[in-house]
Design a protein around this ligand. Structure first.
Ligand code: AMP
Length: 368
C-alpha cells in the first residue's frame, strides 16, 4: 500500500483475516500501519523504495490519492495497481474532477477556473456570489478553500490561496451526504447506504448511517452517480463521493479514490466493512454485499485523546485508535456507535461527545 496512515492500518487489519500480508511505503516515522505491516520508509518518489514495493507485492493499492503520477506509472507497469493510476490523477485536480463530473452529466455546483487574476471576473460570472474558491491541488479537510462574498474577498482569496483555483457557487445545502461504492476486478459492484456527514472547519466530525430518512430514490441517485464514475474510470476498489443534498437533488462535490472517513462506521455497522471490501476488490475476491441491520454513527477523535476507559464503557461504543501522537486538528481515532434504534445510537453519541474536548453538543442528524 502507498501510505501508512490510519486508512492503511484499517485496511491491513481487515485484510489479514483474508490471508494477506501488507507492506506500506511511508516516509513519516512510526506510521499507524506499522503495527500491522512491514514498512518501507522512503519518499513516494524514491526509486529504491518503489523497487522494494514492487518486489514485495502481488498487488499495489493506496490509502491516498496524491501519489506522484510517475510512481504510480512505475508500479502499474510491473504489477496490478488498483484503483487505476488515472483515477488517482483525476482526483488530484479539482478542475479535472469537476470537468469529468460535467462530462458524465453528474450535477455539480456551477464552477469556473481561475489561472490568473484576469480570470476572476469570468469565473464569478459562472459561480455568482457567494462563491467558494478552492485550490486545484492538495486541498483536504477544508484546507485550501475560502468563502468569497464580494469582489474584494475574491481578490484577497486569490492572493491567499495562490496557484490555480476553481471558483464554485456556494451551495446552501440541506445536508452533506456521501456514497461509498465498490467495484471488483470482475466488474461486480456493490454500494453502501448513503451516509450523512457533519463537518466543522472543513473536518468531518460525525457521520450518521444510513442517512436519516434515506429515501430509496435518493439512494438510487447516489448509486447512479457512483456507477457512472466507476465505469468511466475502469475502477477497482472503494470509491467515495461527497455529495450535497439541496432541494431534494444530489450535487457531487468531490470524490476520493480510496476508503473514506465517512465509511468508518462500516467497521461496526455493516456485515462487511469498506476496508474488507476494498481488499476483496483489489485481490480479486468476490465482494461482500453490504447488509446493515440498524442505525450507526461515527464520531471522530480529533486533536486530543479521550480517556479510553471511559469511551469503552459507553454502551454500544466501539473505540478505534490509530496509534498517533496527539496534535491539534489531527485525526487520532474514531468511535462507532451501534444500537437497536436511533435513540440508543444518539444516546451513545451524546455520551461519547461529553468525553471529547470542544463543543457542548454533537451535531444533530437531520432525521431520527
Ligand atoms: P471539500 O474540500 O470540497 O470537501 O470541502 C470541505 C467542506 O467545505 C465541505 O464538506 C462543505 O462543508 C464545504 N463546502 C465545500 N464546497 C462548498 C460549496 N460549494 N458550497 C458550500 N459549502 C461547501
Amino acid at each position: 500500500m502507498l501510505g501508512g496512515g490510519q486508512l492503511a492500518r484499517m485496511l491491513a487489519l481487515e485484510g489479514i483475516p483474508l490471508g494477506h500480508r501488507f507492506t506500506v511505503l511511508e516516509p513519516a516515522p512510526d506510521p499507524p500501519a506499522g503495527a500491522v505491516s512491514e514498512v518501507v520508509a522512503a519518499a513516494y518518489d524514491d526509486a529504491e523504495g518503489l523497487a522494494r514495493m514492487a518486489a514485495a507485492s502481488d498487488v499495489i493499492t493506496c490509502e491516498f490519492e496524491n501519489v506522484p503520477a510517475r510512481s504510480a506509472a512505475y508500479l502499474a507497469a510491473r504489477l496490478p495497481a488498483l484503483p487505476p493510476p488515472a483515477a488517482l490523477e483525476v482526483a488530484q485536480d479539482r478542475l479535472a474532477e469537476k470537468e469529468m463530473f460535467r462530462e458524465l452529466g453528474i450535477p455539480t455546483a456551477p464552477f469556473g477556473r481561475i489561472d490568473s487574476p484576469a480570470d476572476i471576473e469570468d469565473a464569478l460570472a459562472v459561480s455568482g456570489l457567494p462563491a467558494v474558491f478552492k485550490t486545484r491541488r492538495l486541498g483536504y479537510d477544508g484546507k485550501g478553500q475560502v468563502v468569497v462574498r464580494s469582489r474584494g474577498d475574491a481578490a484577497r482569496a486569490r492572493e491567499k490561496l495562490a496557484g490555480p483555483l476553481i471558483a464554485e457557487s456556494f451551495v446552501a445545502f440541506e445536508r452533506e451526504l456521501s456514497v461509498l461504492a465498490v467495484a471488483g476486478r470482475d466488474g461486480s459492484r456493490v454500494f453502501y447506504p448513503l451516509t450523512e456527514n457533519h463537518h466543522a472547519h472543513g473536518i468531518l466530525r460525525v457521520s450518521y448511517a444510513p442517512a436519516p430518512g434515506l429515501d430509496p430514490e435518493l439512494q438510487a441517485e447516489g448509486e447512479r452517480i457512483a456507477g457512472l464514475l466507476l465505469g468511466r474510470l475502469n475502477y477497482c476498489g472503494v470509491l467515495a463521493i461527497e455529495l450535497f443534498e439541496a432541494g431534494g437533488r444530489l450535487l457531487a462535490n468531490e470524490m476520493a479514490p480510496r476508503v473514506h472517513n465517512s465509511g468508518h462506521w462500516t467497521l461496526d455497522g455493516a456485515n462487511a466493512s469498506q476496508f474488507e471490501n476494498h481488499i476483496r476488490a483489489v485481490t480479486d475476491l468476490p465482494l461482500a454485499r453490504p447488509q446493515v441491520s440498524g442505525p450507526a454513527a461515527m464520531v471522530n477523535i480529533i486533536g486530543e485523546l479521550p480517556d479510553p476507559r471511559a469511551v469503552a464503557g459507553v454502551p454500544g461504543a466501539h473505540l478505534h485508535l490509530y496509534g498517533k501522537a496527539a496534535r491539534p486538528g489531527r485525526k487520532l481515532g474514531h468511535v462507532n456507535l451501534t444500537g437497536r434504534d436511533a435513540a440508543e445510537v444518539m444516546d451513545g453519541v451524546a455520551r461519547v461527545w461529553e468525553l471529547l474536548p470542544g463543543a457542548a453538543l454533537p451535531p444533530r442528524p437531520t432525521g431520527w
